[in-house]
Ligand binder design. Structure first.
Ligand code: FAD
Length: 439
């Protein structure tokens, strides 16, 4: 065993095998075991999973961050935050509501001071892009930007909430424990479906844009190719009436599933517009007609968001041609995302006979095969997102995988287990003692 200093100055003992793995996957030493002296080694099961990653994990982290320099900068900022006791989450699970509130206010003020001292700016990358568009005085993209940001905010926060709850359930009873970090995460992500724009309301913002774009495509078909915004250009593109897939392997072609999503989104948008127009023609006022058709508009907006995400994912993959291993790992995720959506909404794909029952079966076969392949990459993909142990603050989600030891250690810190139990002393102990005296 060799010894090495961690970011916290505590010794980390690494087997030569661990060192080799770490050399391969980059430098994840900063993530290991939250400085817990008792947890000096990665759990052997997790170590085996990391032994032969199918891609360079550090490289994917860099891609996700937008470049190696950005990864380095992010890690630097994280290490400043994590090494400062003011930002420690260690006792978070054992604090009262008021203690949380006080700590939150303290952190907020402290962070502002720190940011000032370190010269950190408040501007985010996203805001810079938005300002640049406005300063260029080109407002033509604003309706599309408004629609896309509304719809994608709703879709992503819906997925985050569903995904977190699914992870919580996947961990069984331990997932329900606060120490897993999942209940806290779930409480944090659920309101994102409401704040910054309630999701249904946001989907309907996107739907208004879709109705306008569809009508524009119908009224001036000759010139629309140029004038329709890029994300809705498919409304005028040639459409297949039937999916050409002949077997499971065909469902792993991005062009195939992207065009399947385009077909369904187009049909649902067309349906929603026709329902709206039928009501208007029957004399309903515009507001009433819209209200009566919102359920269909919502469905159309969701399908469009899915289509945009699948299409953008597939296009991003094409840019990774010089990173074949990372590209393969991400391509499987893209396939999984597209097929998961198809299999969760089979009714929409079967409705007009675009997919047959046999094709849905083939898509399911492709999906199940993908799960086996992605399972092998699961730890590496998780590592690539580079969430620190301190940030996750989860006994189940630590880099070293020592789940039960950490649960046990953390449970011992709970005031319930350290300060005795007044109810036991007052009621149960005398009862037990009285039974004993009778025996
Ligand atoms: C944790 C949290 C933090 C917040 N922080 C802030 C903050 O810092 N600053 C701030 O200003 N606000 C804040 N809010 C408020 C938040 O912005 C609003 O709650 C949100 O915009 C939704 O508005 P509402 O509560 O009026 O709900 P409503 O708009 O009344 O929605 C209630 C229900 O009605 C449905 N609905 C509403 N309109 C339509 C429609 N046209 N068609 C069909 N269905 C519809 C919605 O889908 C929803 O199911 C916060 C909220 C939460 C939960």
């Amino acid at each position: 065993m060799e010894s090495k200093s961690s970011a916290q100055g505590k010794p980390l003992h690494l087997s030569s095998e661990s060192r080799q793995i770490q050399a391969r996957v980059g430098s994840p030493v900063h993530r290991v075991s939250m400085g817990d002296a008792w947890s000096r080694q990665v759990h052997p099961d997790i170590e085996i999973e990391r032994r032969q990653p199918s891609f360079d994990v550090e490289r994917l982290t860099n891609i996700l961050d937008g470049g190696a320099q950005k990864t380095a900068l992010r890690r630097k900022v994280e290490s400043i935050i994590h090494s400062d006791p003011v930002f420690s989450l260690k006792d978070n699970y054992f604090m009262t509501q008021n203690e949380h509130y006080e700590a939150g206010i303290k952190k907020q003020f402290y962070l502002r001071m720190l940011a000032q001292q370190l010269g950190w700016l408040e501007d985010s990358q996203e805001l810079l892009y938005a300002y640049r568009t406005i300063l260029d005085r080109d407002f033509s993209l604003l309706p599309e930007l408004h629609a896309l940001s509304s719809g994608l905010k709703a879709m992503v926060s819906d997925f985050c909430t569903e995904g977190t709850e699914q992870c919580r359930r996947a961990c069984g009873g331990h997932g329900y424990s606060k120490l897993s970090g999942l209940p806290t995460l779930l409480t944090r992500v659920t309101p994102s479906c409401t704040y910054e724009g309630e999701n249904t309301v946001l989907y309907l913002q996107m739907a208004r844009f879709l109705v306008k774009s569809y009508l524009q495509a119908q009224t001036s078909p000759g010139s629309t190719k140029r004038s329709l915004p890029q994300s809705v250009a498919y409304l005028t593109a040639p459409d297949l009436a039937r999916c050409p897939a002949q077997g499971a392997a065909d469902f792993l072609h991005p062009e195939l599933y992207t065009s399947a999503w385009a077909h369904v989104a187009r049909r649902l948008i067309k349906d929603s517009v026709h329902h709206l127009q039928a009501l208007l023609q029957s004399g309903a006022d515009r507001h009433e007609a819209w209200n009566q058709t919102t359920v269909i508009h919502l469905q159309a907006a969701k399908a469009h968001c899915y289509y945009v995400t699948v299409k953008s994912f597939a296009e991003a993959l094409e840019k990774l041609d010089n990173e074949p291993a990372v590209q393969q790992a991400l391509k499987r995720l893209c396939d999984l995302f597209a097929l998961h959506g198809i299999l969760s909404n089979t009714g929409d794909f079967l409705h007009d006979g675009f997919l047959s029952g046999a094709q849905v079966d083939a898509a399911r076969t492709a999906y199940l095969d993908l799960l086996l392949l992605i399972r092998k990459d699961a730890i590496s993909l998780t590592d690539a997102f580079d969430f620190t142990d301190q940030c996750l603050n989860s006994a189940l989600g630590c880099y070293d995988g020592n789940v039960y030891e950490r649960l046990f250690h953390w449970a011992q810190k709970s005031p319930t287990n350290t300060q005795g139990n007044p109810a036991y002393e007052k009621y149960i102990r005398p009862l037990l003692q009285s039974w004993r005296s009778k025996l």
